[in-house]
Design a protein around this ligand. Structure first.
Ligand SMILES: Cc1cc2nc3c(=O)[nH]c(=O)nc-3n(C[C@H](O)[C@H](O)[C@H](O)COP(=O)(O)OP(=O)(O)OC[C@H]3O[C@@H](n4cnc5c(N)ncnc54)[C@H](O)[C@@H]3O)c2cc1C
Length: 389
């Protein structure tokens, strides 16, 4: 029977980053990265909008994104001269109505304290900066002058996976269907093909499937798949200066090459766990909810043509829409790195580094991630992120 010191379940961005940083931290033990679908066709990683921001409400979330930004800035020295993730540093623009102004201001103060390059602007300044916007009903906007934008998720994942090939990691293709325990320790994982792999430590990096993987070890994790539809449209007008704009309604839009992508129309009241097999976009959302909002916020978008769309699943933490990072308090050789709830792509490098530090040094050295620990779940003590997009 095969045996590894560390078995990582899920080989998309979070699992790959954990393996990468384990080796960066000079971890010398054996590592297996188990992935049920190496095409990643249904992983959140490849179905995401691949954007990075510093406009969070919690300092720890800002720090995680800043770490990733640091990696983006030194991509070539880390991954080779031809490394390119097409990072477009165009900023986010988060708009608030009068009702949302106090939260926007409070968030901005936290972001400034963390050194984030975010400007809080009134409607006149916004209109001067972005002539194409309508500031009707807007009290202020927070604009990321640098350190925010979007990139190519496939390219980032490929860089990590390619890098892992020379780092003595075993890639295993297969679905984990069971986890064995002896007393309060996990000892092995079982695969759908009947194989069993012994494990010194198991890391849950199963993304949208993380709740199900935790349950295999008899552990509760409030992470479930929640469907998110993204729509693609064309417009006559092209605004080169356009950031990722978030309307007070929650609807977002950003350029993607010569077209635009938009989403964020899911109603809070009806948002629920998705069928893990359901990847059909909720097409009516575009016409009925998104388009009227876009046409009002950006008058040039009154005449647009929807050309496509897709749906992916958020790895949604129902307790507080924030990551769960670290060991289970009782089953200490079972580690979580889950529940990123829509901001996991940009946090994956930092989260991978955090897990690697915990394994190798027994503590966090770069970013203190203890606030993301599992204990808050047992204690029902939410650590809530207010800016979930
Ligand atoms: C529409 C959409 C837009 C998003 N936009 C952004 C954004 O702009 N910025 C951002 O930072 N984040 C965004 N996200 C969130 C981000 O994509 C996720 O938080 C992140 O990709 C999670 O990475 P992961 O590796 O944990 O999970 P995943 O990408 O879901 O990967 C988990 C992997 O585990 C595998 N797996 C699961 N169960 C098993 C098992 N039992 N056995 C073996 N393998 C298993 C799966 O096949 C999968 O490949 C978005 C998500 C969606 C859906």
């Amino acid at each position: 029977m095969a045996r590894y010191d560390i078995v990582i379940i899920g080989g998309a961005i979070v699992g790959s980053s954990i393996a990468w940083y384990l080796r960066e931290e000079k971890y010398a033990g054996s590592i297996a990265l188990i992935e049920r679908d190496p095409s990643f066709a249904r992983s959140a990683t490849t179905l995401s909008c691949a954007s990075i921001r510093q406009q969070f409400s919690i300092p720890e979330n800002i720090r995680l994104s800043q770490f990733t930004l640091g990696l983006f800035r030194e991509l070539r020295s880390r991954f080779g001269e031809d490394a390119d993730i097409a990072f477009r540093e165009k900023g986010y623009l988060i708009l608030a109505s009068e009702a949302g102004l106090p939260v926007l201001k409070a968030n901005h103060a936290i972001q400034e304290a963390e050194g984030a390059d975010i400007l809080l602007e009134d409607p006149t300044a916004l209109k001067n900066r972005f002539s194409w916007i309508s500031t009707e009903g807007i009290a202020a906007g927070a604009y990321g002058c640098s350190g925010e934008g979007w990139f190519d998720a496939h390219a980032l994942l490929s860089l990590f996976r390619k890098g892992l090939k020379t780092r003595n990691i075993d890639f295993i293709s297969g679905a984990v269907t069971g986890i064995r325990l002896e007393g309060s320790r996990v000892t092995a994982v079982e695969l759908a093909n009947g194989e069993t792999i012994e494990a010194g430590t198991v890391v849950n990096a199963a993304g949208t499937g993380a709740g199900r993987v935790a349950a295999m070890a008899g552990l509760y994790l409030p992470v479930e798949p929640r469907k998110r539809s993204v729509f693609v449209f064309e417009a006559r007008e092209h605004f080169d200066d356009m950031p990722l704009l978030v309307d007070p309604s929650g609807i977002y839009v950003r350029p993607e090459g010569s077209v635009y992508i938009t989403g964020g129309a899911e109603a809070h009241e009806t948002d629920k766990a998705a069928d893990p097999e359901d990847f059909d976009p909720d097409w009516p959302l575009f016409e009925e909810v998104i388009w009227p909002v876009l046409a009002e916020r950006i008058p040039a978008f009154e005449a647009i043509k929807q050309t496509g769309g897709w749906a992916g699943h958020y790895d949604y933490n129902t307790l507080d829409q924030n990551a769960v990072i670290g060991p289970h308090p009782e089953v200490e050789n079972f580690l979580f790195c889950n529940g990123f709830s829509g901001h996991g792509l940009q946090q994956a490098p930092a989260a991978g580094k955090a897990i690697a530090e915990l394994v190798v040094h027994g503590r966090y050295r770069t970013i203190d991630c203890s606030a993301f620990g599992y204990e808050r779940i047992t204690e029902n003590r939410p650590f809530r992120e207010l800016n979930v997009i």
